[in-house]
Design a protein around this ligand. Structure first.
Ligand SMILES: C[S@@+](CC[C@H](N)C(=O)[O-])C[C@H]1O[C@@H](n2cnc3c(N)ncnc32)[C@H](O)[C@@H]1O
Length: 433
């Protein structure tokens, strides 16, 4: 649109979203990191929601824009602004603000775009994953949380579930005004997917009384299962969701060394854990590979949630073009092996949980295999057993240890995609044998 003067300005939200898309298309930066850079923008959540609608429906929107020839017939309209306005008009707010020229143009094409989208395609990709909300027990007890929620919601009464499928059925049939308690994580509550906006904007979330945290990401701390008052190392901690969960699990006692390398994300970790009233966290801004056991003495439990491709969250805020090429996966795998081997060098460590939100074996089973080979004084424990055998998706059976690892998969588990492996240090007698 450069060089063209509009008499009426395009609203700044649309311009900002279009600019983010342009950078994402042209550079190798991910949408998530670009939106993170806008974290002080007053319309951050709104922009995030708009971009999520686009990534959820990217193929359909791109195809419709092409089919109705709006860009060819209006050469001054940029592709990114067109995408922004179409997404806002059809999927997000269902309306456009103002009367700027680009807004008028997209409005005029509404019928043609809808036709191009086709009813089937348009209705197809809705996010039906439930809204998971975890109680931050540093601030609110579980009993008080239920009392607070009773003002607006009915608690679905569920008998003890015989099996995992029964539980999933109960989640899928939740009514919009109901919530239920998760079967694996007892401070995790499950709401209908339509309640996402309610929770995203509620004071309970802002004040960190409740944490918006996908179930899969709660499993890592739950499976590490540190006793109350333990000494824990959270190797890659920011923004701090799992750190706060760990703090809850150990009743805000003991010590959690929370390490973060990136200065900006470290600041976020500090402010999040402070707001969440964590008293047992020692944040350290450093590359964890330089952290010695002397700096974090007596660590017995380690959580390693390293940087990864994020492929398990593929349809959330991720463009189709952000593909995971083999070279990138190999590089990530190399770093993950280094980090996990470093964890295994802490002399008093008893248990380590390794988690990624990736579905690629290069970042998961391959990393586990290499680390077991390099560190024969560790063994894998069954993650399924840690969930009382009530879980289905396990690691790749082509690896002899595959069934000890766990995957969560969106299509079955109604969560994001994640991988988890639990390591335990062998006792002296096990090592000799
Ligand atoms: C997947 S995120 C962690 C998410 C976090 N566990 C949570 O639940 O909120 C990985 C984090 O590790 C940080 N990181 C990457 N390499 C690191 C290193 N060598 N030392 C410490 N932190 C690192 C990244 O900056 C990023 O914030």
């Amino acid at each position: 649109m450069s060089g063209f003067k509009h008499s009426i300005k395009v609203p700044s939200k649309y311009k900002k979203v279009a600019a983010i898309l342009k950078t994402a298309f042209e550079s190798k930066k991910s949408l998530k990191s670009l939106i993170f850079e806008q974290k002080k923008h007053v319309k951050l959540r709104d922009m995030q929601a708009l971009l999520t609608h686009y990534t959820d429906n990217q193929r359909a929107i791109d195809a419709a824009i092409e089919k109705c020839q709006i860009l060819e017939e209006n050469p001054r309209l940029s592709r990114e602004l067109c995408i922004t306005l179409v997404t806002e008009l059809i999927y997000h707010r269902k309306d456009l603000k103002g009367d700027s020229k680009p807004v008028q143009t997209v409005r005029a094409y509404r019928k043609r775009i809808m036709k191009a989208l086709g009813d089937e395609n348009f209705a197809k990709k809705k996010d039906t994953k439930p809204r998971y909300v975890r109680i931050n027990t540093n601030i609110v007890s579980i009993a008080d949380a239920h009392a607070m929620l009773a003002e607006n919601w009915y608690k679905k009464d569920c008998p003890p579930f015989e099996n995992y499928d029964e539980f999933l059925k109960a989640v899928e049939t939740l009514e919009e005004n109901e919530y239920m308690v998760d079967m694996h994580v007892d401070d995790l509550l499950i709401f209908h997917s339509k309640q996402k906006y309610f929770w995203a904007t509620h004071e309970y979330t802002e004040s960190k009384k409740f944490m918006l945290q996908d179930k899969a990401t709660c499993l890592a701390a739950k499976i590490l299962n540190p006793p109350i008052g333990s000494i824990i190392l959270d190797m890659c901690a920011a923004p701090g969701m799992k750190t706060i969960h760990l703090s809850n699990l150990v009743k805000n006692q003991g010590t959690i060394y929370a390490i973060e390398k990136d200065a900006e994300r470290y600041r976020l970790l500090r402010s999040m854990t402070k707001k969440a009233k964590c008293k047992n966290i020692k944040p350290i801004e450093a590359d964890v590979l330089t952290i010695t056991p002397e700096q974090c003495p007596d660590v017995e439990y380690i959580l390693l949630d390293p940087p990864c491709s994020g492929s398990g969250m593929q349809n959330r805020m991720c463009l189709n073009s952000e593909v995971d090429d083999a070279q990138r996966l190999q590089k990530l795998g190399g770093l993950q092996i280094k980090l996990l081997s470093h964890a295994m060098n802490f002399p008093h460590v008893k248990r380590i949980v390794y988690s990624t939100c990736s579905i690629h074996k290069e970042e998961n089973e391959d990393v586990v295999k290499k680390c077991l080979y390099l560190n024969p004084n560790f063994k894998l424990l069954s993650a399924k057993k840690a969930l009382r055998n009530k879980w289905c998706n396990l690691g790749d059976r082509q690896y002899d240890f595959g069934k000890k690892c766990l995957y969560s998969r969106p299509e079955k588990d109604l969560t994001i995609g994640m991988f988890i492996a639990i390591f335990e240090k062998l006792s002296n007698s096990e090592e000799v044998a």
